[in-house]
Write a protein that binds this ligand. Structure first.
Ligand code: ARG
Length: 481
């Protein structure tokens, strides 16, 4: 009979189909380094607490380190029969060290081990994803800088509404990304918490020191309840929810770019590097990267729903259902990372057709609200001003002309308060400038916002550097590279 590491109470082999069914190694090998790191910290703690001798503890750590090196050199074979990453590493440790390997799992369960691995994994992924968001945000800010003079229609209901500067579009998306960054940073406190020591569900009788492990792995805190530590995956769900919002934002931006690059809009063209052709229609150049970003949003939402559903009916504490948390999480991390990596270069590669954008402001009465406000400044009640301008627009529609092309006489037929200054008030660029300078005592909102983001981006960069340094110290402490 083949011997499992947990095989003591079993008289029969697991069916091969069951081995396949229960095994997760195909998926959770993604956690190999995190698992090794967690085990090294655990082994160090066992030595520190005199549960193992110092030399046993050192031996275990050295064996684990060897496995890490072999892993980097691609010299490791994982086996389905060993079920998951934890058992695979433990078997490899037997191959390295012989019987002493059997001491590693003292006062530990795979339940707290897998929870620890997930915390370690999400810690490094959170830092990387915040960094990628920062790079995208800085691209948006560069674009905002260079498009401060370009005007185009702002839309509501996808109908032309008011003239805006193109910079405002980029700044709107930068605001969304800023909140995405803050959401992930906020989740850090709950990710950077150690579950190790919770054992299967209720710790152990061995006199371990949870705080010691947490300290050498540079966690901010430990879970106070063991039963909670092995049961919950709320920190994963928070991450997936933040990831879903990142994708929602990028999906909307993608939709913008897809519309803008259509012949109907023709506001931008995307670089060939980010488009593909049609196998049948020779003339086609399709915005696939933007479309796929929109499409991949669906799978990230799906992952969030999976995890929420996975958790909802589980009694305390650990249940094997929880093994299903990994695929959606890893898939989301992979998806968000790949989208973010391709998106900054995509944006940098777009060509802006400023003339088309500006031409599009000339139809659609984008200055109608400003005209109503012109009358309000002459003490007409807004509702009445709205009515007057509404009638003027209707008149223009019958004449097929714009508001600014009416003569003063024609305009005064609607309100005697209108005078020559109306033509300045109807000028689209003037309107966009007035909107821009309305909030900051004459200073441009766009300029103020850009300055604000430069400070925010510096803060984020500092945060990323500080956390990277923290993880680097942990890795250096254990000698893993
Ligand atoms: N592979 C398992 C998971 O991902 C590890 C924990 C298994 N624990 C157990 N008691 N079978 O959740």
């Amino acid at each position: 009979m083949s011997k499992k590491l947990w095989g003591g109470r079993f008289n029969m082999n697991t069916l091969p189909e069951v081995e396949c069914f229960t095994s997760s190694i195909e998926v959770d090998q993604e956690l190999a380094y995190d698992d090794i790191l967690g085990s090294m910290a655990h082994a160090a703690m066992l030595g520190e607490c005199d549960i193992l001798t110092q030399s046993e503890s050192r031996l275990l750590q050295q064996g684990l380190l060897n496995i890490a090196h072999k892993l980097s050199a691609n010299e490791v074979d994982f086996q389905i029969e060993d079920e998951d990453i934890h058992m695979n590493i433990e078997r490899l440790l037997y191959l390295e060290l012989g019987e002493v390997a059997g001491k590693l799992h003292t006062a530990r369960s795979r339940n707290d081990q897998v929870a620890l691995d997930l915390h370690l994994y999400l810690r490094r992924q959170t830092i990387d994803i915040i960094d990628l968001l920062l790079q995208l945000q800085s691209t948006l800010i560069e674009l905002a800088q260079s498009s401060r003079e370009i005007i185009l229609p702002g839309y509501t209901h996808l109908q032309r509404a008011q003239p805006v500067f193109l910079a405002q579009y980029w700044l709107a998306y930068s605001g969304m990304l800023q909140r995405d960054i803050l959401r992930l940073k906020d989740g850090w406190g709950r990710i950077n918490q150690s579950p190790l020591g919770a054992g299967a569900l209720n710790g152990s009788t061995m006199g371990i020191d949870k705080n010691y492990v947490a300290a050498i792995l540079k966690f901010d805190s430990v879970y106070s309840s063991s039963m909670d530590a092995v049961s919950d995956r709320d920190f994963v769900i928070e991450f997936l929810s933040a990831a879903s919002l990142i994708m929602a934002h990028l999906s909307r931006l993608s939709e913008e770019l897809i519309l803008w690059s259509s012949q109907e809009f023709n506001f931008i063209s995307m670089s060939d590097e980010f488009c593909t052709g049609s196998s049948m229609m020779p003339q086609k150049k399709n915005p696939d990267v933007a479309e796929l970003t929109r499409g991949k949003t669906a799978r990230v939402y799906g992952s969030l729903m999976s995890l929420l559903t996975l958790l909802k009916g589980l009694p305390l504490t650990y249940n094997r259902d929880l093994q299903e948390d990994k695929e959606p999480l890893f898939d989301t991390v992979k998806t968000v990372r790949s989208v973010l990596s391709v998106y900054a270069p995509l944006l940098r590669g777009i060509k802006i057709n400023a003339e088309r954008m500006s031409a599009a402001t000339e139809n659609g009465f984008l200055n109608a609200t400003a005209l109503a406000e012109y009358l309000v400044k002459k003490k007409v009640a807004f509702r009445q001003a709205h009515e007057i301008v509404g009638k003027m627009v209707a008149y223009c529609v019958t004449k097929n002309c714009s508001l600014e092309s009416l003569t003063l006489d024609e305009m005064q037929a609607f309100s005697e308060l209108i005078d020559h200054s109306v033509y300045d008030a109807l000028n689209l660029k003037n309107i966009a400038v007035l909107h821009d300078t309305n909030n900051h005592k004459g200073r441009s909102s766009i300029a103020v916002e850009i300055e604000g983001y430069q400070k925010k981006m510096q803060n984020t960069a500092n945060w990323v550097a500080e956390k990277r340094q923290l993880l680097q110290e942990v890795i250096a402490h254990f000698g893993i590279e």
